[in-house]
Design a binder for this molecule. Structure first.
Ligand SMILES: [Zn+2]
Length: 273
């Protein structure tokens, strides 16, 4: 199959995602640019992993959506649709790694890519499954119980979800490695790929929670006396910053975590040889 056909299929796939309300218009443009770039570089392994992350996470977000919306009502800005900022936050670091790998292909590129994607995968799966499970939400290093949907809050089920998400990504990456067999990645074992994915996913997710709870912007609506991530609250009033860094929105936290995740992937890739 030539690249023109693959590009067309990806275009139609993302268009369908837009119609299914998994992507906003800006998210569609961002995801298409990223996908076509990987097609141009012939990074088939990375492209398949990105699609796996996007599709599994989007389906998970859509699942029991009304139940989850009721929990996070008034707290988080975005619904299930991924916009350009979310695409950049989750796909920016993998995109850079994909570009570097084209010019300098090596197994380190795969480890960094895997670590970065495992982190956002674990975070997404942890958030989605954690929201549905109920159970007390805690700040993980103090044990303090917080409201469901609070940034940085984790549940036992959330950690289970994070583990599951990064484990699935590890298995998928290995299967795709057998399909595409890039010569530069010959000889990588299943256990090494699986361990890199799970270790960096679970640790990266913890870093995300830590950063979310300590540095992420927390806004407050004085009218409703509620903490929120929304700049304009559901009631229509403008919110004010209560704590956290103004530049570090939820997308900023995710982008930084995926960068840290890529470094963890590199580290574990060297460690588990
Ligand atoms: Zn309000």
């Amino acid at each position: 199959m030539n690249t023109a056909w693959i590009s067309l299929i990806l275009f139609l796939f993302l268009l369908a995602s837009y119609h299914k309300r998994m992507l906003s218009a800006s998210g569609f443009v961002g995801a298409l640019a990223l996908a076509l770039c990987f097609v141009f570089f012939k990074e088939w392994l990375f492209l398949s992993m990105m699609i796996f992350f996007f599709l599994s996470s989007s389906l998970l977000t859509q699942w029991e959506k009304t139940k989850k919306r009721a929990i996070t009502e008034g707290q988080t800005e975005k619904g299930g649709r991924r916009d350009l900022f979310q695409v950049a936050a989750n796909g920016g670091v993998p995109w850079v790694i994909g570009c570097v790998s084209f010019f300098h292909p090596s197994s380190y590129g795969l480890f960094a890519f895997l670590g970065s994607l495992a982190t956002v995968m674990a975070d997404t799966w942890g958030t989605e499954l954690g929201l549905l499970s109920g159970g007390p939400v805690r700040v993980f290093w103090t044990g303090k119980i917080v409201k469901a949907g609070t940034s940085g809050g984790v549940t036992a089920a959330g950690y289970g979800g994070g583990f599951l998400g990064s484990a699935l990504l590890g298995v998928f990456a290995w299967v795709m490695l057998q399909v595409f067999q890039p010569p530069v990645l010959a000889g990588l074992t299943f256990s090494r790929i699986f361990l890199v994915s799970v270790s960096s996913g679970v640790l990266g997710m913890s870093f995300d929670s830590l950063l979310g709870a300590t540095c992420q912007t927390v806004l407050r609506c004085d009218t409703c006396a509620e903490e929120t991530e929304m700049r304009i609250h559901v009631c229509g009033r403008t919110t004010r910053r209560l704590k956290g860094l103004a530049v570090l929105s939820n997308d900023g936290v995710n982008a930084l975590s995926s960068l840290v995740g890529s470094l963890m992937g590199l580290g574990f890739g060297v460690l588990f040889r």
